[in-house]
Write a protein that binds this ligand. Structure first.
Ligand SMILES: [Zn+2]
Length: 179
């Protein structure tokens, strides 16, 4: 699967589970590739600012045009870049009018913030140093879901048991794996 290279200057929001389209494809990230440059300000003349980084531009999967506002869509386990005007093609809609890209970016940002909060909670409060402790920790929260839960580990001393696919994806994004 393609990994998305992100620079500190970029505007970037990612939601691992993705936002489902009108088909099985999912929007997983938005990225504005940027660099530090200058822009003209009416009041102050040239000022420092983030500007689009055309050296890091990608080609839209649909039309091959170079894009710096990149919508990453997961299609059959591969993540592919699309421009705003072809996002609807990736997500299975008839026209560009069916897709509100600003709202989708806002939703990715919101989900990313939720994920960050949840991940911090997991890492600070739920990760245990043995399988036994991870099991008993899980039982405190969701005893009735235990049989459907999944056990994950990172290295040899971090274990956590969780229930939902979204939680599994979240933990995989920081190198946990299902055991
Ligand atoms: Zn395109």
């Amino acid at each position: 699967m393609e990994t998305i290279a992100v620079k500190r200057e970029d505007r970037f929001f990612k939601f691992s589970l993705g936002i489902k389209g009108n088909n099985e494809n999912r929007l997983v990230a938005y990225q504005h590739v940027r660099t530090l440059g200058e822009k003209e300000s009416q009041r102050d003349g040239l000022i420092g600012a983030f500007v689009s980084d055309w050296d890091s531009a990608k080609n839209c999967t649909f039309c091959n045009r170079l894009i710096v506002h990149i919508f990453w869509v997961k299609i059959d386990n591969e993540i592919k870049p699309f421009g705003k005007e072809h996002l609807h093609e990736a997500l299975g809609y008839k026209s560009e009018k069916n897709v509100n890209s600003k709202k989708l970016i806002a939703e990715l940002e919101y989900r990313q913030n939720q994920d960050t909060t949840k991940l911090n909670f997991f890492l600070l409060k739920r990760v245990e140093s043995s399988i036994e402790e991870a099991n008993s920790d899980y039982k405190k929260y969701n005893p009735e879901l235990f049989s459907k839960s999944k056990l994950l580990k990172r290295g040899n001393d971090e274990y956590i048991r969780v229930s939902f696919d979204s939680e599994v994806e979240l933990l995989k994004s920081v190198e946990f794996e299902i055991i």
